[in-house]
Design a protein around this ligand. Sequence first.
Ligand SMILES: [Zn+2]
Length: 143
Amino acid sequence: MANYTINYKCGHSAQKELYGKLEERYKKIEWLQENCLCPECSAKEKARENEAALARLKMAGLEVTEGSEKQIPWASSIKARYLDAVERIKATDVSEQVMARLQEYARNSEAEWWIDNRRDLADEESILEFARLEIRQANDPDY
Ligand SMILES: [Zn+2]
């Protein structure tokens, strides 16, 4: 275990504790420097994203309203990304039944639902799979 100075891609540097084999630590340092913002910039970026997500949902009238103070911003970011993905899905030749289901999800205002299902709602492919599975289950209760 040791402290290293990481020169993040935002131009700031910060100390970070790293563990494991020396070779792994150097790989990690290289990766952090190429891909990451310093902790401070990364927190600011996250706050900006959350604000943008909240504004976007508000404009669409699709805010996440049920949940704790901590859950709502998180769920809102997930939902804003979901809405972007649904826009892209809408442009493809997806069935009306699936599209209706996706719009039904968009009206869900419970933070917990968005957080629990965040992995299934992360990209177009998983969203479609998620909706199709639920449709199949609804049509065939024994499925
Ligand atoms: Zn920074």
